[in-house]
Design a protein around this ligand. Structure first.
Ligand code: ZN
Length: 427
């Protein structure tokens, strides 16, 4: 339910303008005071679970909640704040429809601040809303807590990235988990050790941990240990080496081009009858080099014709060409790279083309690095850009009371559930 709908469950009794106190610290302008009470069905409910309960006492009497300004005038809602006796939560302040439990601000006020926190600078928010920065942190915490209760942010996780981020001038750390599919931040917690990361997998649960197919991380061994404990089905190429020994996918394609050229030279020599004399056939093969090397999408019409000629006249060379192209395509299969590459290895193994049989052996030897490298562009790009964004947020969150407020702001900004301004259509 959005905050506007919840506020409709409020009865307004009276609106009055309170003259400023003579004292120095009082507001400089009149204060708009809205006297209110919960609508009929909304009274005497537990502030935590909303269950209807027996009234306990009057609590601390009348209370005020800071509301959104009325133009330039500050405004508050004033109401009784009785306590109720909940069978589950004990004696607690009764729920009010216009504010979150325990909050000193109304729902629209909270939601506006949360929206601003994901869009504006610290100074803009504190000046506009006339609140301290710590209060912004507290508001982010309770707005995020409510989102967390409503959505299952860990649903459907398959490919995750794990990293650590320093904050507070590098004295403290957060462990973060991102979802490669959605590009969202799904989890963060203070600390960087096995115990911290185990909390994530505890929350994810055993069944869902088994469904994790890929984990990317380039940090320390503690991540590897915990992932090995919890994700028996994660892809073997899950740890991204800092510098993959197999090189980037481009290197692997270069190996394939070399293998193709070895086959071409062999065919060319055979064409010359082994006596080094150029023939019409060998000349046409020499000219066809570029057609073989280039990516098919870049071929000129003439080169396409040469390729068609090779397919007809030199089936062995054409098979080598298809193997080279097959490898190039396999390395571009994103999530399916490992499977596609394995299919390619089996194909090359049966090809009876010595340079490609050798090549598949090298690929098997550097398997982890090559598959990780094929993932590299995607994984590291996402995790790195997430790190940059979180670093900006940690800098902004400096001055919040604790790491939970910082995490709440990060989750609100990057978790895929950005706060909406109250009363506006979702964008
Ligand atoms: Zn309750």
């Amino acid at each position: 339910m959005d905050s506007a709908a919840r506020c409709r469950k409020t009865v307004i009794e009276l609106v009055e303008a309170e003259e400023p106190d003579a004292g120095e610290d009082g507001p400089e302008d009149v204060l708009m005071v809205v006297h209110a009470r919960p609508a009929k069905g909304r009274r005497q409910r537990c502030g935590i679970c909303q269950r209807r309960c027996a009234r306990y006492d009057n609590g601390e009497g009348r209370r005020r909640w800071r509301a959104l300004d009325l133009g330039t005038l500050q405004a508050v809602i004033e109401a009784d704040a009785p306590r109720v006796s909940c069978p589950e939560h004990g004696v607690t302040v009764a729920a009010v429809p216009w504010a979150r439990h325990g909050a000193g601000h109304t729902l629209p006020f909270d939601d506006t601040v949360a929206w601003l926190a994901t869009h504006c600078s610290k100074t803009a928010i504190t000046h506009l809303m006339r609140i301290g920065w710590r209060t912004v942190g507290a508001i982010c915490s309770r707005v995020w807590a409510e989102v967390e209760e409503r959505v299952d942010r860990l649903a459907g996780l398959r490919r995750i990235g794990i990293d650590e981020i320093s904050y507070k001038r590098h004295h403290k750390y957060l462990t973060i988990v991102v979802d490669h599919a959605s590009g969202r931040l799904v989890w963060a917690a203070p600390g960087r050790d096995k115990a911290t990361l185990r909390k994530f997998f505890d929350l994810l649960g055993e069944e869902r941990s088994r469904k994790i197919t890929h984990v990317s991380a380039d940090a320390a061994g503690w991540i590897a240990t915990v992932v090995a404990e919890h994700c028996p089905n994660a892809c073997a190429s899950w740890i991204l080496p800092q510098a993959p020994p197999g090189g980037t996918p481009i290197h692997t394609v270069q190996w394939a081009t070399d293998a193709l050229d070895a086959v071409r030279r062999q065919v060319w020599n055979d064409e010359r009858g082994g006596n080094g004399r150029a023939t019409a056939g060998s000349k046409s093969l020499k000219k066809a080099r570029w057609a073989l090397w280039k990516n098919p999408e870049d071929l000129t019409t003439g080169q396409q014709a040469q390729l068609a000629f090779i397919a007809k006249a030199h089936p062995v060379l054409h098979r080598a060409y298809l193997l080279k192209e097959g490898l190039r395509m396999a390395l571009k299969q994103g999530q399916e790279t490992a499977q596609a590459l394995w299919d390619w290895v089996l194909w090359a193994r049966r090809s009876r083309l010595e340079p490609f049989v050798k090549l598949q052996r090298s690929i098997v030897k550097h398997w982890d690095a090559i598959t990780a490298a094929a993932d590299h562009g995607l994984s590291n790009g996402l995790v790195e850009s997430m790190n940059t964004k979180i670093r900006l947020i940690t800098r902004m969150a400096f001055g919040f009371k604790d790491a939970n407020a910082l995490i709440a702001l990060a989750m609100l900004s990057l978790g895929g559930h950005r706060p909406q301004l109250p009363g506006r259509q979702a964008t």
